[in-house]
Write a protein that binds this ligand. Structure first.
Ligand code: GUN
Length: 297
């Protein structure tokens, strides 16, 4: 069994980026990512902090706006309009989820496609199915495909089953795997799929992105499959006296790792699998945004 070590691969990618950014700085290009965080949803606060420190580590500047959860949609749109014009900001990321009173896709669509380093605006997403190269691919699907490539796991002709049809992972990943650059056969399952085990057991590559702790059990997985676990779930465990706060909870994925790892050919751990790859792809996209904008003015 191969452990697909996203933490290690992401760190290699960051090291290469650091060198590239040093070279860019010699040409007076300093990549900068603008981040908008609305409210204080605890996972989002942590994700944004991780993204900021990853940027800092490789030499990307960040400008983060932390806004009250009551911020109006129009205020958000006007900040984005301003950042679209601001030449010192190369990439714009709006951390999701947004509060319910805000139309998420409208906000994402306000980001200029050339600065949409998350690859989530309609133009970039539509490009995926229109056989047109998007400016950016969404970070988590790109991270998954990059990880498979780094471990020389073949994708072409293989049956990839994705559990989850979300806008951030399942839907874009399905389309990316269908592209000629991957040539996979793709099945997408979701909460309303009946007899889901019938599909998951056929998967040569199984990607799980549904946000349900340890949902995929050993009997749902074909022997020798490659399993990619996108889930990040905090679960309570029995409290241990005298331990620090948080000692009675831990992070698990959407896959029951300990039992599934026994029968697979490769699997991502949680944490340390897909998560670090997502952040690394954001850095890659931001650097590529800065290079492209410097060329086009
Ligand atoms: N929330 C959870 N994952 C993501 C992501 O990849 N991008 C953004 N913008 N928000 C997220």
């Amino acid at each position: 069994m191969i452990l697909l070590d996203g933490k290690r691969v992401a760190s290699e990618i960051r090291t290469a980026l650091k060198d590239e950014i040093i070279r860019l700085k010699q040409k007076n290009i300093v990549p900068c990512l603008g981040v908008i965080l609305v409210g204080e949803f605890p996972p989002s606060v942590i994700y944004v902090r991780n993204k900021e420190s990853a940027c800092q580590e490789v030499g990307i500047n960040t400008k983060t706006l932390r806004l009250d959860e009551k911020v109006s949609e129009s205020e958000l749109l006007s900040i984005i309009a301003e950042w679209n014009q601001n030449q010192s900001i190369n990439g714009i990321l709006v951390q999701l989820p947004l509060p319910n009173h805000i139309d998420t896709q409208k906000v994402l669509d306000a980001i200029k496609p050339e600065k949409d380093v998350d690859g989530l605006c309609s133009y970039n997403l539509a490009s995926l199915i229109a056989n047109r190269e998007p400016y950016f691919y969404p970070c988590t699907p790109l991270g998954i495909i990059t990880l498979l490539r780094k471990y020389n796991i073949p994708i072409e002709g293989r049956h990839c089953v994705i559990i989850g049809r979300g806008e951030l992972v399942g839907k874009p990943l399905a389309n990316m795997l269908l592209q000629k650059s991957c040539n996979a056969t793709v099945t997408v399952c979701h909460t309303k799929t009946s007899d889901i085990i019938n599909f998951t057991r056929q998967a040569e590559i199984l990607v799980v992105a549904i946000g349900r702790p340890q949902f995929v059990k050993r009997e749902m997985v074909k022997e020798g499959a490659v399993v990619i676990d996108v889930g990040v779930n905090r679960i309570q465990i029995q409290s241990v006296e005298g331990k620090k706060p948080n000692a009675n909870s831990k992070i698990v994925g959407d896959v029951a790792f300990d039992e599934v790892k026994e029968i697979v050919s490769a699997i991502t751990p949680v944490p340390g699998g897909v998560g670090p790859m997502t952040v690394a792809m954001l850095l890659v996209n931001t650097v590529s945004a800065s290079k492209r904008q410097m060329q086009t003015g």
